[in-house]
Ligand binder design. Structure first.
Ligand code: PEP
Length: 248
């Protein structure tokens, strides 16, 4: 059984004043057995890693370039994230796919770069509302998984986050049956593609997870945790989700 993971995505939120929330989170997770990860904006990766020192909180980036160094103004690379204290990096989030035109090919190259730097890649996939309404959700996610994962993927170096685009930041969530259908499907696809390692990969659900709906989502088979946006910004909310995961 892979260890469960509660991952927070702070997106473009957070400053040095966020230290109090992180300190409260670190205190609150002392007794929990699941893994806990926060991915702040790049400016906070190094400070957050030092705030979290001595706790079990892991820190990750929200993106990295596919190259290790070079003339790429404004970008940061996987080795730079690792150097700043990150252990993980989110890749292929739907906001980056939409805002920055990221394709599966690019996400695959970035995932390879993350692995080369020793980072755990949290690779995001998920359908739009139009794609779900057209009955294409499984096809879209299957193609994203096939296109976004490089060779060498293992349960130790990669996590998949299923995030239906229409559920992110909207307060809407798929039905539990829809989440279960997708997670079973992803597990089958990964097991066929990767054999035993495909059964080891953690499959997170993401999209409007809150303390109030977390327990029922975590009871769905093949849901190994969550990628949480808005509700990860406040320690009290994120701790509610983490405790629900620990109890699942
Ligand atoms: C996300 O952006 O990864 C996310 C899941 O956001 P939210 O929890 O706010 O829907």
């Amino acid at each position: 059984m892979p260890k469960k993971l509660a991952a927070g995505n702070w997106k473009m939120n957070g400053t040095s004043a966020s230290q109090t929330e992180v300190t409260a989170l670190c205190g609150g997770i002392e007794q929990v057995s699941c893994d806990v990860l926060l991915c702040p904006p790049a400016t906070l990766v190094a400070p957050m890693a030092s705030w979290a020192a001595g706790s079990t909180l892991s820190v990750g980036g929200q993106d990295c370039h596919a190259n290790a160094t070079g003339a790429h103004t404004g970008d940061i690379s996987a080795p730079m994230l690792a150097d700043a204290g990150a252990s993980h990096v989110i890749l292929g989030h739907s906001e980056r796919r939409a805002d920055h035109g990221e394709t599966d090919d690019l996400v695959r190259a970035k995932t390879q770069a993350a692995h080369a730097a020793g980072l755990i890649a949290v690779v995001c996939v998920g359908e739009t509302e139009e794609e779900r309404d057209a009955g294409r959700a499984l096809d879209v996610v299957g193609a994203q998984i096939a296109g976004s994962l490089p060779g060498g993927v293992t349960g130790a170096n990669t996590v998949i986050a299923y995030e239906p685009v229409w559920a992110i930041g909207t307060g809407r969530t798929p039905t539990l049956d829809q989440i279960g259908e997708m997670h079973d499907f992803m597990r089958d696809v990964l097991a066929r593609q990767l054999g035993d390692q495909g059964r080891e990969l953690r499959l997170l659900y993401g999209g409007s997870v809150k303390p109030g709906n977390a327990a029922e989502i975590f009871a769905v088979p093949n849901v190994d945790g969550a990628l949480v946006g808005g509700a990860s910004l406040r320690a009290a909310d994120f701790l509610g989700i983490i405790r629900a995961l620990d109890a699942a």
